[in-house]
Design a protein around this ligand. Structure first.
Ligand code: VGL
Ligand code: ZN
Length: 232
């Protein structure tokens, strides 16, 4: 074989082995991962104040292992972290006469009132996965006046900086999973799609607050062009 054609063969073999090493459907060069709000307060594992059903040790271990596997494949991993001050607008304790899960109108938006959760400096604000997996942990919801389900921006329009970070790193596609499917995963995935990323949500690496809103969220995300995949 001529030298030039053996070089071509070597290049093709190299490219094929690179593609085979990536999970089906993703080419990791421009793909990033966002792990949404896997924090103590959202889990039954840590007896969280806003524990979402099914977030036991088995679930958190599964998310940890999946994230490790993605990291080993070369994907840059980002995490979001709900990071509220004690006097945050979304806490029912900051609205007289209101109880958890009541909804009120604030600035023309419906705000669900939650039990106090993910308060800055508390034990249960921590992200439960091995933090060395992450390129960055992006905090959100630190302005007491606005909620921020999305990892991209809060309800007042203030950006978290994640979009800039992703763009600077050449990310064009995102794999998104975490807690909760019907709130922060949904808002983050939809904002990502609106910002021009090709988004895939991994359903089995998510848990939702209620079955009803979770089903609605999956439908809404699909309608926005987001791919819902059962597992990796
Ligand atoms: C979330 C409710 C309030 C979430 C955050 O991470 O989905 N839900 N704050
Ligand atoms: Zn919150």
């Amino acid at each position: 074989m001529k030298k030039s054609s053996s070089l071509v063969v070597a290049a093709i073999v190299g490219l094929m082995s690179f593609l085979i090493s990536a999970p089906s459907g993703f080419c990791q060069q421009n793909v990033g991962v966002i792990v949404v709000d896997v924090q103590g307060d959202f889990t039954t594992l840590k007896n969280g104040s806003l524990a979402v059903g099914g977030t036991d040790k088995a679930f958190v271990d599964k998310v940890q292992q999946a994230t490790e596997a993605l990291k080993k494949k070369g994907y840059p991993i980002y995490a979001t972290q709900d990071w509220h001050p004690k006097d945050h607008v979304s806490f029912c304790t900051n609205h007289e006469g209101k109880k958890p899960f009541d909804a009120i109108e604030i600035n023309g938006k419906t705000q669900v009132l939650w039990p106090a959760h993910c308060v800055q400096g508390t034990e249960n604000v921590n992200v439960l996965l091995d933090n060395s997996l992450f390129v960055a942990v992006v905090k959100k919801g630190q302005d007491k006046k606005f909620d921020s389900y999305s990892g991209f921006q809060d309800d007042g329009g203030a950006k978290t900086g994640i979009d800039e970070m992703l763009k600077k790193n050449g990310i064009k596609e995102l794999i998104v999973y975490g807690i909760a499917t019907d709130y922060c995963v949904k808002a983050t995935a939809i904002d990502a799609a609106n910002a021009g990323y090709k988004v895939t949500v991994i359903e089995d690496l998510c848990k939702g607050v209620t079955p009803d809103t979770t089903a609605k969220a999956l439908k809404e995300m699909t309608e926005k062009g987001i791919t819902i995949k059962k597992d990796l």
